[in-house]
Write a protein that binds this ligand. Structure first.
Ligand code: NAD
Length: 290
């Protein structure tokens, strides 16, 4: 049976680990916060007291860490100690260039890297309905597929190194801009004297419909249950969205892409974080400057 090392047992990682354990995989876990390791021991996790204790006879190392600098630091600590052919799968959201760079470093050591950021949030991690957007070789992807299937509902090899992160940047830029626009549509409707429930009924079934309206409507009491009904408790925090938009912004600049709405969304989420609202759900962006 495949032996898995898992680094980063926070909101997402802990839930992903539980699904791997339920599928009877042997998982050794490490997190800077020892409490997060201890919490998973009753579920069958093997404890790693140091980063390198994760490695052992590990066939796959999965990372689920806050940002690219931390992923890089962790990789620098472990890649010399892994046996050739080990799969190294980073599910964190990090910037595209850094992901490509890490692929190169792993390939020199004859490791099999994949960048595999996810969509679906903590709920998706818990219910094993995540979507994995994957960059790397077909060989590595095929080897990882059974584990993606345990932790998620969909995975797609989007292309070569960094393509998973690139896909994630495009998705989250689109999500951020649509969420801002949904807020504007409801503001306009309110100022025109419309009933928000009736406006939702039309928007969610007409050409303006989108995930941000249909599943995550940012107006209290309108549409399905969403963070707007719970004082914007996340969900997906504004500070994480700001991080993802900053990744998109860097890619926009590096590629000379014309994306003024994406840039504007990044500036607005930056303001939200500067106003100490980064812990609110990202959909609270629709309340900014009101
Ligand atoms: P989190 O902060 O809850 O978890 C990260 C964990 O990494 C923490 O437990 C922290 O202690 C640990 N950690 C930090 N540095 C470490 C190190 N050097 N060695 C070992 N452990 C270390 O974050 P999260 O919400 O689980 O998100 C993880 C990643 O997933 C991020 O890149 C995020 O952007 C991405 N993501 C999150 C969501 C979400 O809804 N939370 C959705 C999609 C993608």
């Amino acid at each position: 049976m495949t032996k898995i090392g898992f680094i980063g047992l926070g909101n997402m990682g802990a839930k992903m680990v539980i699904n791997l354990l339920r599928a009877n995989y042997e998982v050794t876990g490490y997190d800077l916060n020892e409490e997060f390791i201890e919490n998973l021991l009753p579920k069958g996790l093997k404890k790693a007291s140091t980063l390198n204790d994760v490695l052992g006879e590990t066939d796959v190392v999965i990372t689920m860490l806050p940002d690219g600098n931390i992923v890089e630091e962790v990789y620098e600590n472990i890649i010399d100690n892994l046996k050739p052919g080990t799969l190294l799968v980073d599910c964190s959201t990090i910037d595209v260039d850094k992901a490509r760079d890490l692929h190169k470093k792993c390939e020199i050591k004859k490791l099999l890297p994949l960048d595999a950021p996810v969509s679906g949030g903590v709920g998706g991690a818990e219910l094993a309905t995540l979507t994995f957007m994957v960059g790397g070789t077909e060989d590595a992807y095929k080897k990882m597929l059974p584990l993606f299937e345990v932790m998620g509902r969909k995975s797609l090899l989007c292309g070569s190194a960094g393509s998973g992160q690139a896909t994630k940047a495009c998705n989250n830029m689109l999500l951020a801009t649509t969420m801002v626009s949904v807020g504007e549509a409801f503001s306009l409707g309110q100022n025109l004297g419309l009933d928000p429930g009736k406006l939702f009924e039309i928007l969610s079934t007409s050409t303006g419909s989108c995930w941000a309206i249909n599943n995550y409507c940012p107006i209290k009491g309108v549409g399905p249950q969403s963070p707007a009904d719970n004082n914007f408790k996340p969900g997906f925090s504004a500070s994480l969205m700001f991080k993802d938009l900053s990744i998109a912004l860097k890619a926009i600049k590096n590629t000379g892409t014309h994306a003024p709405f994406g840039i504007c969304a990044q500036e607005n989420f930056k303001k939200m974080v500067e106003k100490n609202q980064g812990d609110l759900d990202f959909s609270a962006i629709t309340k900014l400057n009101k």
